[in-house]
Design a protein around this ligand. Structure first.
Ligand code: AMP
Length: 298
């Protein structure tokens, strides 16, 4: 089954306690696509400038990701810079340069608009609405961030009414609903539209609020987190990719999908940028999936 993702493709400069990576491949849609490509045929919709290195294009192509919808515009690629604290759960955004992203209006090629699964990555909700006008997807997932809750709440609510699943972190649930309690908060998010809510809690794993109650998946215990950038987007790629592969969205496949999301996200944290994520294969995923089963079995 094929899966379309819309979101940022970036050059990231990241500092963590493990070192620094300047102008490496990044972007939410990049991490999502590299993760999801392990499970499904992925169409990536985004924009890059004429300074975007060819080697990154080649990597995405080698992974079988369809780049027909990756627009190349005159100007500089979107850039983001962040610095993590010794506690890598805390990061400061040092710089965001929208560059060509400022003029981005997603255009879905025919194959991308016909994909049965669609993921609306973290872009302005008005752009997410533009994508919804171009899709025939039967299952739509959504990511968002605090910024849009602050400055574009009406548009965000219009998108939420039209999606099946939202993947959101714990602080965003609180900001969106005003609920400090995650159970009540997730219920309040569901009342805005999506029937499935996945709440990410960083190194503490995630909670799935589907139609059969709550399911908890741990995060993989890593002794060294080199760079957690993109872990959330990778999680979403594993989750949506697995659902697209299974061609079924039922309670059991949703539970396995959040574990697959956690599996691929753990690889992203092991190296800078998507370096480790780009190396994994079916065997590595299967081995870590088994490790998750061990981790949570009692
Ligand atoms: P995460 O660590 O999951 O929050 O994802 C970080 C990725 O999102 C980085 O690769 C950035 O390039 C990208 N990113 C950061 N800020 C934005 C933004 N405002 N819009 C779109 N993408 C962003």
């Amino acid at each position: 089954m094929s899966l379309t993702v819309v979101g940022s493709v970036a050059l990231d400069t990241v500092e963590t306690p493990a070192g620094k990576n300047e102008e490496g491949l990044g972007g939410a849609a990049t991490y999502f696509a590299l993760a999801a490509a392990n499970y499904a045929h992925v169409h990536l919709i985004g924009i890059v400038g004429d300074d975007f290195p060819e080697e990154h294009v080649r990597l995405l192509e080698e992974k079988g990701i369809d780049l027909e919808g990756l627009e190349r515009a005159a100007g500089a690629t979107f850039r983001w810079a962040g610095r993590y604290h010794d506690d890598v759960n805390v990061r400061d955004t040092l710089d965001t340069q929208l560059n060509v992203f400022e003029q981005f209006h997603p255009k879905l090629p025919a194959a991308a608009s016909e994909a049965a699964y669609l993921f609306l990555g973290n872009i302005h909700p008005s752009l997410q609405l533009e994508v919804l006008e171009q899709t025939r997807a039967r299952f739509v997932g959504l990511d968002t961030m605090n910024l849009w809750i602050d400055i574009a709440l009406d548009d965000l609510k219009a998108v939420l009414r039209r999606v099946d699943a939202v993947i959101i972190n714990d602080s965003e649930v609180k900001e969106l609903t005003g609920e400090g309690n995650l159970i009540r908060g997730a219920r309040a998010v569901k009342a805005l539209g999506p029937r499935i809510v996945v709440v990410k809690k960083g190194e503490h794993g995630c909670l799935l609020f589907g139609e059969d109650g709550v399911f908890a998946a741990p995060a993989y215990p890593l002794d060294t987190v080199v760079d957690p950038t993109g872990a959330g987007d990778t999680f979403a790629g594993g989750f949506m990719g697995y659902l697209a592969q299974q061609e079924a969205v039922d309670n059991a496949s949703l539970r396995r999908a959040v574990v697959h999301g956690s599996v691929v996200a753990s690889f992203t944290c092991e190296a800078f940028g998507p370096d480790r994520l780009a190396q994994i294969d079916e065997r590595a995923i299967a081995a870590r999936y088994r490790a998750f089963q061990e981790l949570a079995a009692f």
